[in-house]
Design a protein around this ligand. Structure first.
Ligand code: MF3
Ligand code: CO
Length: 284
């Protein structure tokens, strides 16, 4: 009864992390393609088609398609969340991008049984400066969390680093209803990764843990609501939201950002796993 919560955390071998890297690179390629295609006049349904083509063209399978958390199977390969939509918005022909929109694109792919999951927030054309600041604050907090994964002892240290980064960027709401997660042979595994919290809590970080780090922040309050479609999450107060996500692996000698084209080397430097640096040297 007084035993502390035991997480069932899947630890990956170096060989398995290499497989997760392959899945992560598929996700990275989807983001590169979708970012290029996202422009005023383009619908999110078109972006979804492009994403699915890239995933299947790489021999992978879109992990979101058919995913069921109780509201029926998710019908698309990406989540395309516009403006006050925070996460899980379903692509649609009617959702046509306009100049000034802030669009979060979340992508998952499974390759050879291993998952990659990442999200980027895209500025459509020119956006208001406070939306750029919101996007940058979200990205900075994700990287603060990723950096913490290489340096802190417990999972709560990642959560705390995300929270402190958001707070240092300005007056933003940190969405509390959703967070990051373990990832591996399933898209969603233990542990749940809060985007705020006490650094001295949670399971100890260990070599072989793979996590999706995904802060969601708003220009207003942190509260969210679900639309009648059973998926789309919007801010309660109608404020604009941003969402950024990478899948990472905690390796023996650093972190490998599996869904970043450079493996995280550019942002993490010496904190990057040697496997990531070796890969970058091999391809450049
Ligand atoms: N990437 C999202 C997450 O991390 C999952 C999207 S939900 C889905 O939670 F149903 F679309 F798959
Ligand atoms: Co995720």
């Amino acid at each position: 009864m007084f035993r502390r919560r035991r997480w069932a955390i899947q630890l990956k071998t170096p060989d398995q992390i290499v497989k997760m890297r392959a899945a992560g690179l598929v996700v990275a390629e989807v983001h590169r393609t979708v970012r290029e295609a996202a422009a005023p006049g383009v619908s999110t349904a078109e972006l979804d088609r492009i994403a699915e083509d890239v995933i299947r063209g790489a021999g992978a399978v879109p992990s979101f398609k058919g995913y069921d958390i109780g509201s029926g199977p998710y019908p698309a390969s990406i989540c395309s969340s516009l403006n006050d939509q925070v996460v899980h918005a379903i692509p649609s022909k009617e959702a046509v991008l306009a100049e000034g929109d802030l669009l979060s694109v979340d992508v998952g792919a499974v390759l050879d049984g291993w998952h990659g999951d990442a999200a980027i927030t895209i500025e459509v054309g020119e956006v208001r400066p406070e939306l750029t600041a919101l996007r940058e604050a979200c990205e900075a907090s994700m990287w603060a969390g990723i950096r913490a994964a290489a340096t802190v002892r417990r999972l709560g240290g990642i959560s705390n680093a995300i929270e402190r980064s958001v707070e240092s960027s300005g007056e933003y709401g940190i969405v509390t209803g959703f967070g990051g997660h373990g990832i591996g042979t399933e898209m969603h595994q233990d542990p749940h990764v809060l985007n705020y919290g006490d650094p001295n809590t949670g399971p100890k970080l260990r070599t072989g843990m793979c996590l999706a780090i995904e802060p969601m922040i708003t220009l207003g309050d942190p509260d969210t609501a679900e639309l009648d479609d059973g998926w789309t999450i919007v801010t309660d107060d109608g404020s604009i939201a941003a969402h950024t996500e990478h899948s990472i692996a905690i390796c023996e000698d650093g972190v490998w950002v599996l869904t970043a084209p450079d493996g995280g080397v550019g942002m993490l430097g010496e904190l990057t796993a040697s496997a990531a640096r070796a890969e970058l040297l091999a391809v450049s």
